[in-house]
Design a protein around this ligand. Sequence first.
Ligand code: HEC
Ligand code: HEC
Length: 376
Amino acid sequence: MCGMIVSVAEATNPRASSGRSAMCRRFPALLLGAVAAIAGCKSPPSATPAGVPIAIPAPLGLPPVPIPPENPPTAPSIALGRRLFYDTRLSKDDSLSCASCHRPENGFTDGQERSKGVGGMIGLRNAPTLIDVAYSPLYFWDGRAASLEAQVPGPIADPLEMNQTHKASVAKLKDDRSYAAMFRDAFGSGDITLERVENALASFERTILSGGSAFDEYEYGGRNDALTAAQIRGLEVFRNPAKGNCAACHAIGAHDALFTDGEFHNTGEGVDATGELTDLGRYRVTHIDADRGAFKTPTLRNVEMTAPYMHDGRLKTLNDVVDFYAGGGNSNPYLDNRMSEIKLSAQERSDLVEFMRSLTGKLPLGVGPPTEVKSQ
Ligand code: HEC
Ligand code: HEC
C-alpha cells in the first residue's frame, strides 16, 4: 500500500522521495498512526543534520550566507555532500556526477553550449554556474525549484541528465558501506534516504562561494589600486544608466554585490531568425504572458571562467555578450523595458569586458573533489 501511493506522489512531486518512508512522512499525523498500524510504517529517519552547526563565512563582497533552519550545515554533512557531488553512482551508467556538468575548473559549469547527459543525450539548456548559488531565491533558469534542497532530485532523474530513479540512486549508495558511516556522522544514523542526500548536497553547494575579487578589494576593501584604469572605466559603463545600465539587473549593493537581482527578464536571447522565442523560460512555470522568454539573471562572479554564455550557451565570449547588449538584445514583444540599443565605443566595450574579468575571486579550498574519489 505504501509503495503504490508513493509512486503517484513521486511522479507528481519533485521533492517526493521513493520508498515507504516518504509516504509515511507525508501522511497527516493523525492518519499516520492508523496507516502505520496497517502497513507497518515506521517514522522516517530525520534529515536534519545531527551535531553542531557551523558558520559558512562569506568572503569580502558577499552578504551572510542564508541557511534554512531545517538544514543547518555541519562539517560532516558538508563533507558528505562534497563526496556525493563527485560521485558518478548518482547516474544510470555510473558515467556522470554533478561535477561532470558543474566542473570546478570551468567555474562550476561544463564549458559546453548545452549539457550532455547519460549516453551523450543533449540537454535543453546551458549548465549555469553554482558559484554563489546559496543566495538565489529560486533555482534553474526558469526558477522552477524553490530551494537548493528541492533542486537536487531534478538532475538525478532527468532522462537528459543522470537518468536514474531516486530509488536506484539510494540503493547504489547503500551498496557502498563507507557511506553508512558518513550518513551516521552527518545525520545521527546510517540510514540513506533521498531527503538526506538532498540536504547534504545543498549544504555542500552553499560553500561554493566566490568573493574577495579585485572588484571587491576596490569597492568594499578600500584599495583604490586593486582595479586597472580600464576596469575602473568599465565599472562606470556597467553602472551608468545612460551607458551599459548593466547593474539595473546585475546588482551592485552598498555593502555587497551578487551581480544578480534574482529576477527573471526577457533580454531577447533565444529569439530565432523568424522572431519566435525558442524557449518560453519562466512562462513555463508561471503561465504569465509577461514571463515569456524570461530567464533568471545569472551572477557575473567568475564569469570569465563560465563561457559559453546565456541559457542556450549561444554567446561564446564576453565580447559577444557586450555586442549583444549594445544591439539592445533581440527585439520581441516581451523584451524587458530596461533593454534598449546603447551606444558604446570600441574602448567602452573593451573596458566592460576588462571590468567583468575583475570579478574572478578565489574559490574556497574545500570545493574540489575529495581525495578518496578517483574519477568524476
Ligand atoms: C548533464 C549535466 C548536468 C548534471 C549531471 C547535473 N547538472 Fe545541474 N544543471 C545542468 C543544467 C543544464 C542546468 C540548467 C537547467 C535548467 O535551468 O533548466 C542545471 C542547473 C543546476 C542548478 C541550478 C542553478 C541555478 O542558479 O539556478 C543547480 C543548483 C544544479 N544544477 C546542481 C546540480 C547537482 C547538485 C547535480 C548532481 C545531483 C547536478 N546539478 C547535475 C546540468 C547538469
Ligand atoms: C534587463 C536586465 C538585464 C540587463 C540590463 C543586463 N542583463 Fe545581463 N543578463 C540578464 C539575464 C536575464 C541574463 C540571462 C539571459 C538568458 O540566458 O537568456 C543575462 C546574462 C548575462 C551574461 C551571461 C552570464 C552567463 O553566465 O551566462 C552576461 C555576461 C551578462 N548578462 C552581462 C551583462 C552586461 C555586461 C550588461 C550591460 C551591458 C547586462 N548584462 C545587462 C539580465 C540583464
